[in-house]
Ligand binder design. Sequence first.
Ligand code: PRX
Length: 646
Amino acid sequence: MSEQGSSQGKTYPPDPELSKTANVRPEMKDQDLEEFWDSQAKERISWFEPYDTVLDWQLPYAKWFVGGKLNACYNAVDRHVENGQGDKVALHVVPDDGPDSADAHDITFAQLQEQVVRFANGLKKLGVGKGVPVGIYMQMIPEAVVAMLACARLGAPHTVVFGGFSGKAVAERCNDLECKVLITQDEALRGGKTAAQKTNADEGLDGAGSTTVEKIVVVKRTGGDIPMNDRDVYLDDLVDGESSDAESCPCEPMESEDLLFLLYTSGSTGKPKGVVHTTGGYLTGVATTHNLVFDVKDDSVYWCAADIGWITGHSYITYGPLVNGVTSVLYEGVPGYPNKEVWWKIVEKYNVSILYTSPTAIRSHMKWGEQHAQAHDLSSIKILGSVGEPINPEVWEWYRKHVGGDKAPIMDTWWQTETGHILITPLPGITTMKPGSAQQPFPGVRPEIRDDEGNVLGVEQTGNLVLTAPWPGMMRGLYKDDQRFRDTYWSKYSDAYFAGDGAKYDEDGDIMLMGRLDDVVNVSGHRLSTFEIESALVEHGDVAEAAVAARKDPDTGQAIVAFVSLTGDKTGTEELEQALREQVAQSIGKLARPATVIFANDLPKTRSGKIMRRLLKNLAEGEELGDTSTLVDPSVVDEMKKQIQG
Ligand code: PRX
């Protein structure tokens, strides 16, 4: 495949061979959107009862495949066993110490079914059933996938809390959804280090005052000595003697619009948003995009290196690939442990043909050098994917050259927790690729770029990305907060979904994403609210006020800069800086720790008492400050500037 020059830089036309064999067909783009999604829902999903209405759209709430009944676990597991695929590997399980570990093993679809059935039978004993919510707070171990599927089998909505979040975050989320049961593991094991998991959960739940959680199911991962009390039960004990026979626990028939899961994500205020995802539309959306964007075939080996705690893990580790009956790698570890080659060993050992990861992970590999990738046979790779943040063109080029053998197309997929599945992406065999751009709407997706007044913008004009038509996996609101749902996504424009991202069309008609428009920062592809971090900082007794901004970072995309004023005559010391970082880690999780803390007597405020956030952003980025004349005390800014430059 040759590369061509354009005014935008290099572009890469599709490989003609791939164009011939790709699952996605160019004419899908021209199909009526209801027709398109209807045909996908029929082709990819098994319905216990057929739906009678494809789409019932009453803005801002969509209902898809109304009247249909189905079960997510049946689609992800049982039907493959019934179709003679029971011996096919569902998961190549790679533990923390890598693919050479004695603990590396495979789980076939038949074995997955047995594990899910036993787990579900165990949960039933705890009162879990249709409509009874369950929290999951785990690392990347197979039991996390099994737990999600066991809930889905019973019709119990799950909410997965990222395993690196604090116990406080677990308690907040479980209490909001009124989870009756929490599933966790004794300890986390990542990068060769153990970390508290169950104890974190305990501290969070006990510190929350009251909790709805009545039982904690604990998966033994390390076998570490952890406190267990009356509320707790080890999974092994819970499922001891339980049947693994599918008939002992049939898949609950669910309405298409029944809740499958809630996933909490960060917004502009401190309170995380409970994003609602339902069953029929979500499964259709994830299965269709997974199949067409990654061009999966019967013999594909697919590896999504995200975490189950994020939407990427839900849609493209658990539901999408399993519904499509694809063999996946499930990796517990982190890049760089036990050595810098472990990722490439995994690709080589399992003949991974599709790799889906984040720009942050690729940047780490790039920093360590291509020799690690070159030491392994990566010729099995056919398609690469990127998600979570914009990918820098030079990182894209590196990924293609050193991982993709100078030929694998890269799917730079734009989407959100709220959208449920990929919406903007190149397509294999169709799109002429352009490094650093998600480029084109997926079939059936209708984006526009508008200015603040609602005018549709043309080429090279940056504006707000909106979606003017519904899609099957779209959020069905924010849990118990209709007003916030309408205010956040549907009030800027009365007729379109406001994504919160800036974007523009380039002269070839490709969409370039320009970053968030709200107070959301994106560190290593992890979405965090500045307000949430500020709230964590002011929990420290020495902090009077805090404001958080982000600066560009070569490794993590964005890095957090905290501006802090102190109480009384306290002064900013290195110890205090450490203590504040720790405070944020305790309250939210390590990934939210500020990279830089700037101490000041006061924060830059206007005369009306408003913190000038634009200024803090400029300060964090080391940019020109522009007009500071409206500040009460401009000297505050000089002091901050000195610290940043110092
Ligand atoms: O700003 C966009 C960025 O990540 C945000 C969504 O974050 P989250 O809900 O955590 O979901 C991440 C995984 C889908 C978006 O609003 N984002 C995601 N993918 C891209 C991206 N920005 C640029 N290019 C992408 N491919």
